[in-house]
Design a protein around this ligand. Structure first.
Ligand SMILES: [Fe+2]
Ligand SMILES: [Fe+2]
Length: 524
């Protein structure tokens, strides 16, 4: 009787247990999501909103101190109108355009959230400076435009900097003056000089590179200010007359050329100070990695790379090779070569913990894996990714580099241990799988391919051009079939380019090595 009842109740009890488990899992998932969200974004959207309100209210307060008392209704109306304008402009521009771009280029929208917040912060800071200048009757030509555009270009990218220039040229000139002709002059001056600065951003690879850029920008902003003023203040017929009766003194009197010169120099010096003070804090707060930071990391003087060289020389050599290969490939694919180089140098940093368990470090020593069972071997090998992430966090490496370390094996299988597991019938092959995630960026995927190709070519005896070509193609095909590039929008053409560049570069590396091993010299 009891048995019958239990049998009848069993599916019912099981469904309840299932339900409880599902609820628990959902709770866990929610918590994981919360933690992930917290780690992803340092400043949630509401913080930006509060900052905006605080800045706005302080402006109104300062204005009331200078102009006189302002009614609360006026404050509320202007606040509401600004919120409405900002909401509609940005919800249309950013949400619509970025979603469109996402669908066109398969861009991950989440990655842009941080950039949008940084864009807003820089713009708000810029507006604050404009209001300060206005209240203190300072000239528009003294604004540190170059500094703001350099910050946008270095912390975001060229296209963000172009957007920043256009947006702030319009907003800045509108806020600064109420006279339409002045507004147009300021807008043109701002737009032309800031777009010129954007074209210089790509030339900055170290903090010293800022000086020539600032010098060029000072000369450019002086010339642009004078030219725009000549064009705007002298209508076509007067401009013609002006050239006929050219008089340096009258030009000087009318345009105050010396004033423009002083303003250009001072504004660019202010810009230099602005970039020097704000670049590092912004890098840290918004987890942005500039080219300047990447150049600093690629110098081989980093303590982690020094340790890798001393404790795991084989891995160090492999990492330098991977960095060099990845740099070559990235140039051809127009992705960030500096990030690929630094990612290549640091990708296997976790091997420092147990260097002797990795084949490239086993000089004249017995392979320790021969005495271990495959599950322990796989555990040690897989662990180098986790250890790498841990070390990178300890040494405060940037998030983009930590991501590359974490993703450089994706969720692939360690094929090197596959044969060993055949002796064990019950061995779960999933134990040989790296935990992932799969590469999320083109840079991480390039490191994965270069890493595998370098390791595969090193293991082949009597390597020739044909074998290198076959190996590279085999590695890329295998990774593609495994689905390691599922999260990366690689086209087939790009994969073909990667294969071609890698083959050429590896052939030249091994050819050079062969020549030096044979004692031959290349003619100089
Ligand atoms: Fe690795
Ligand atoms: Fe590696």
């Amino acid at each position: 009787m009891i048995k019958k009842i239990i049998i009848k109740l069993k599916p019912w009890i099981l469904s309840i247990v299932d339900r409880i488990e599902q609820i628990e899992k959902k709770k866990e998932l929610k918590q994981i999501k919360k933690v992930a969200e917290k780690q992803k974004i340092l400043f949630p959207d509401w913080v930006l909103f509060v900052v905006f309100i605080v800045i706005f209210i302080s402006f109104v307060w300062i204005k009331s101190l200078i102009v006189g008392k302002i009614k609360i209704v006026e404050i509320l109306c202007s606040l509401l109108s600004i919120i409405i304008v900002i909401y509609f402009v940005f919800s249309t521009v950013f949400t619509y355009l970025l979603r469109k771009l996402k669908s066109l280029l398969n861009i991950k929208f989440e990655e842009y959230k941080n950039s949008v917040v940084l864009f807003f912060t820089l713009s708000l800071l810029h507006i604050a400076v404009i209001e300060f200048y206005k209240f203190n009757n300072l000239t528009f030509y003294l604004l540190p435009i170059t500094g703001f555009v350099l910050l946008a270009g270095l912390l975001l990218d060229i296209w963000w900097a172009v957007l920043f220039s256009i947006f702030n040229a319009v907003v800045g000139s509108y806020l600064f003056t109420e006279i339409p002709s002045e507004m147009v002059t300021y807008m043109f001056y701002y737009l032309i000089s800031s777009l010129y600065v954007v074209s210089l951003v790509e030339k900055i690879f170290s903090r010293q590179d800022l000086l020539p850029v600032i010098a060029k920008s000072a000369v450019a902003s002086f010339l642009i200010a004078v030219s725009v003023n000549i064009l705007m203040f002298y209508k076509t017929d007067t401009l013609f007359k002006f050239y006929l009766t050219f008089d340096v003194f009258s030009l000087y009197q009318k345009l105050n050329i010396f004033g423009f010169l002083i303003n250009s120099v001072l504004s660019n010096l202010l810009s230099l100070a602005l970039v020097s003070v704000l670049l590092t804090p912004f890098e840290l707060i918004y987890q942005k990695t500039t080219n300047i930071r990447l150049v600093e990391l690629s110098s081989l003087n980093h303590p982690l790379l020094k340790r890798l060289m001393a404790e795991a020389p084989g891995t160090y050599h492999h990492s330098v090779m991977v960095a060099s290969l990845a740099e070559q490939v990235s140039v051809a694919l127009s992705v960030n070569p500096l990030l690929c180089k630094v990612g290549g140098l640091f990708h296997d940093i976790g091997k420092i913990v147990h260097p002797e368990y990795f084949i490239e470090n086993q000089f004249a020593i017995k392979n320790p894996h021969s005495e271990l069972n495959p599950s322990l071997s796989s555990l040690i090998i897989i662990n180098h990714v986790k250890e790498g992430v841990k070390l990178a966090q300890q040494f405060k490496l940037d998030k983009v580099i930590i991501d590359i370390i974490e993703q450089h094996h994706g969720n692939s299988i360690i094929y090197g241990l596959y044969d060993k597991t055949l002796e064990f019938d019950s061995f779960d092959k999933e134990m040989l799988r790296y935990p992932g995630p799969k590469p999320q960026t083109k840079e991480a995927a390039i490191i994965m391919i270069c890493d595998c190709c370098e390791a595969a070519c090193r293991s082949i005896e009597e390597l020739d051009a044909q074998k290198i070509k076959q190996t590279v193609e085999r590695v890329i095909n295998a990774k593609f079939v495994e689905g390691q590039f599922d999260e990366v929008p690689f086209t087939l053409r790009e994969l073909y380019i990667i294969s071609d560049i890698l083959t050429q570069t590896l052939i030249s590396f091994y050819h050079a090595r062969k020549i030096s091993a044979n004692g031959e010299h290349t003619p100089s």
